[in-house]
Ligand binder design. Structure first.
Ligand SMILES: [Zn+2]
Ligand SMILES: [Zn+2]
Length: 320
């Protein structure tokens, strides 16, 4: 079973995205790139190098439903006639073009984001949304944790690795411990735990960073020898990356705790102190990062949180 990476351009700050062709029956594409002419052409060029046409694709598997990964899924599926599209159930309720603004808005209000900033984030999201087609529930099949994607020769184990998004999945070829990890593992940067409603109870937010730590540990149990991420070069030394990520997360947590003043602060206040230079586009990611770390610190008993006028205010513990 050959795993062939194809790099596609994106209009996003992160740069090119990696999609993976599994050149084995049934011919499978893991992620698709964004819905742009440039990505579509680069994908076709990559397939041509392998003497494959879009019409040959039988299965489109999505690591997660961010636009840079899922954008072309619907048009490729339509072109490949009866290709099936697979994505984890937790990814679809508020993604795939059906983001529930009201739910997200509630989360942002609770995090202390001012109304004008929420409006700017909504406009930014509207801009990003055009890079992906939406799907209805009946249009995709579910990726289930621990199930296998079977091929004539070999299989990929589906491993649900939530954190970056609730429904993020990785795929493990156990024979040689190769992993395709989407945005769960990126060689150069620690993936952002994106602020999301909890798929089980959308009135709550998803404990993204706590879940992410579990996902990192879970992938470690496979003792990966090679990890293909959603962006950038593959990772050969998972142990090094794992320890580096944990260190970075702990350092960021300590910084976030330090930034909570005696009088208390919202996640928004902390995000502005953490990333004072951030422009509009990245303020949503900045507040995601702050919320994720504050949540984790609070669940570990390192900070207190209370509601004040519909907003969460974090405080230092009395003993600190
Ligand atoms: Zn992503
Ligand atoms: Zn990505």
């Amino acid at each position: 079973m050959r795993i062939i990476p194809i790099s596609l351009p994106t209009p996003f700050y992160i740069g090119p995205v990696n999609v993976y062709l599994i050149a084995e029956d049934p011919l499978t594409l893991i992620d698709t790139g964004p819905k742009t002419k440039e990505a579509s052409e680069a994908l076709r060029e990559g397939l041509r190098r392998e003497r494959i046409r879009v019409g040959d694709i039988r299965r489109i598997v999505l690591t997660h439903a961010h636009e840079d990964h899922c954008g072309l899924a619907r048009s490729l599926r339509d072109e490949a006639k009866d290709a099936e599209v697979l994505v984890h159930n937790w990814e679809t309720g508020h993604r795939m073009g059906r983001l529930e603004h009201a739910r997200h808005r509630d989360l942002l209000v609770r995090a202390g984001v001012p109304d004008n900033e929420i409006e700017a984030m909504r406009r930014m999201y509207e801009g990003v949304r055009r890079y992906a087609d939406s799907f209805e529930d009946h249009e995709y099949g579910a990726l289930n944790d621990e199930a296998e994607l079977e091929f004539t020769n070999g299989a990929l184990r589906i491993v649900h690795t939530p954190g970056h998004t609730p429904g993020s999945c990785s795929f493990v070829r156990e024979a040689d411990r190769t992993v395709i990890a989407g945005d769960c593992i990126l060689k150069r940067i620690t993936p952002n735990p994106v602020l999301s409603p909890d798929p089980i109870d959308p009135s709550k937010r998803f404990p993204s960073l706590a879940e992410y730590l579990v996902s990192l540990a879970r992938l470690r149990t496979f003792a990966p020898t090679l990890v293909h991420g959603g962006h950038g070069a593959p990772v050969n030394d998972y142990e090094e990356l794992f320890n580096r990520y944990l260190r970075a997360i702990r350092e960021r947590q300590a910084e976030v705790i330090r930034l909570v003043p005696k009088a208390g602060a919202s996640a928004w206040d902390v995000s502005r102190a953490l990333f004072p230079e951030t422009d509009d586009v990245h303020r949503f990611l900045a507040v995601s990062e702050a919320v994720a770390h504050l949540d984790l610190a609070q669940s570990e008993g390192k900070l207190a949180v209370e509601m004040s006028n519909g907003r969460e205010v974090y405080r230092q513990l009395a003993a600190n």
